[in-house]
Design a protein around this ligand. Structure first.
Ligand code: NAD
Ligand code: MG
Length: 337
């Protein structure tokens, strides 16, 4: 996609944002600018009060057909497009990220590319507009980008996507299994067998299939990262099927880490709290919950995907060489473990 289209979408981002959001993004961009001392060494960014960053509820009422597009959200989520600055922490790595078109996966994809990794992203064909932006950003960072559209509920596609990622990237060192399905239902009586199966296939079966296909390609020193949730520990009343899959993911991650260390592969999970992503506005929450999204956590606002990307970088990086079988949280002051 021409870079002009990206600038257009950045303009749309700013036009569509509330004044508070623009201020917050600008503040954050300044906050992340490294200051150099006289010896030319990068010094730490000045501290920022996390409560003052980013948009706070109430949010405009909005709903999109599943799976939703980040590009059509108001305000647009911040995935680190203008703020994430790398420092070579993943130089030469080859990463596969499911759900890398939007939200948390997109923030990880942008951060990984800027840290020096080549990145393959998996997404649904309906998400092509979001995915094109990510591909363009990865290439603008000087890294290789592989686009893998398809439906991970299909085992054959899960095997094929791993093969295509491995051949396109020339190997695989990092797997981020992050794609997820979340639909709000007030009662178990409203969850059909079809819906239940859809959630389990996306969140559990696909994770299992993709992991199995990827492991034989991953050399010692590789990292696997899963996306669990605060719902693993404290299930929301309206996310019964989703929450149980997130508990299973945390458990699977810990169990698998015990097997994979025999291959020199570290396995961890991330448990996000409320993050402002397309998942929430495409059936993941009721409209009422979207309007007050994030107000329940001590920080009083949802996280932006850019705020969790550093956790994915840390878990993938060799600096986390002693970290395996862990679940890392980022949830605005709530959540476990
Ligand atoms: P998102 O909608 O931006 O990302 C989810 C992605 O999953 C989609 O972009 C889509 O590409 C992918 N996906 C879903 N079904 C698929 C299918 N059948 N085939 C291929 N791809 C499919 O939302 P997000 O919030 O960034 O979600 C990423 C992960 O974070 C999910 O696992 C979600 O459960 C988890 N999570 C999100 C939150 C939150 O508040 N946003 C909190 C805790 C955990
Ligand atoms: Mg998406």
């Amino acid at each position: 996609m021409p870079s002009e289209k990206i600038s257009t979408s950045r303009r749309t981002l700013m036009q569509g944002a509330t004044a508070g959001f623009v201020t917050a993004v600008a503040t954050r961009a300044v906050a992340q600018t490294d200051v150099s001392n006289s010896a030319g060494t990068a010094m730490a960014s000045p501290p920022q009060d996390p409560r003052t960053l980013y948009p706070h509820p109430p949010f405009p009422a909005q709903e999109q057909p599943w799976p939703g597009l980040a590009g059509r959200m108001t305000p647009r989520p911040d995935h680190g497009e203008t703020s994430y600055r790398g420092s070579g922490r993943l130089n030469g790595r080859r990463a596969l990220i499911t759900g890398g078109d939007s939200g948390i996966g997109r923030a990880a994809a942008i951060a990984y590319a800027r840290e020096g990794a080549d990145v393959a992203i998996v997404y649904l064909p309906a998400e092509e507009p979001d995915a094109r932006e990510v591909i363009q950003i990865i290439r603008a960072a000087g890294r290789k980008a592989i686009a893998l559209p398809g439906d991970i509920r299909d085992e054959a596609f899960c095997q094929a996507l791993v093969e295509q990622a491995v051949s396109g990237l020339g190997g695989l060192d990092i797997l981020v299994s992050n794609a997820g399905r979340q639909q709000s239902h007030d009662s178990i009586l409203d969850i059909t067998t079809e819906q239940f199966d859809w959630t389990l296939r996306t969140n559990l079966y696909a994770m299992f299939w993709i992991t199995k296909a990827a492991i034989p390609h991953m050399p010692p020193g590789s990292a696997i990262i899963y996306t669990s949730s605060v719902n693993a520990y404290d299930p929301s009343f309206n996310l019964l099927d989703y929450a149980m899959t997130k508990a299973a993911i945390a458990n699977f991650s810990k169990g698998l880490s015990k097997q994979m260390i025999k291959r020199g592969i570290r396995v961890n999970a991330v448990a996000p709290g409320p993050f402002w992503t397309a998942l929430q506005v495409s059936g993941g929450q009721t409209t009422e919950n979207v309007e007050k999204f994030g107000e329940q956590v001590p920080m009083g606002r949802p996280g932006q995907p850019a705020e969790i990307a550093p956790v994915y970088v840390q878990l993938a990086s060799a600096q986390a060489s002693y970290v395996t079988g862990q679940v890392y949280g980022a949830s605005g002051g709530s959540g476990q473990p």
